[in-house]
Design a protein around this ligand. Sequence first.
Ligand SMILES: [Zn+2]
Ligand SMILES: [Zn+2]
Length: 151
Amino acid sequence: MILKVGIFKEGVVEQLQTSYNPRELDLEFVDLHYLKKVDLEGSAERIRNTVTFRGILESQIEQVCARCLEKNQSPVRAPFELTYDAQGKETIDTTADLRDILLLEHPDRFLCKPDCSGICETCGINLNQESCSCKKTKFQTGKIRIKRKNK
Ligand SMILES: [Zn+2]
Ligand SMILES: [Zn+2]
């Protein structure tokens, strides 16, 4: 969201609402997908040369478990508060900061549950759902870590 500094009157809280296409925010990853738009509800206020922008970002995501590779859907709810120096500026572009706030919500390595059993390295079955008779090998954590594309 681009805040136009000129619309702010000293001490008057402006209500702000918008939604983003996840692609606009560059939120497309190998192991994490946004299933719907990112809704923003918030407010901004200017006191002297400082603009405070606060609110909440909400959406729904699908993540792939790093161990068993199952897809898992969950809501995202990220409250935020950003402050900007508005001195000498006509506009403040908050988009990159909002993206960062969402990225902080996502773990580097998502697990469907803390003790996910993963998949059998030999036969490939999901060990959370079935067991197999393959030779037991100790599960190697981090072996199928998926590197997230990050600009
Ligand atoms: Zn899992
Ligand atoms: Zn097996």
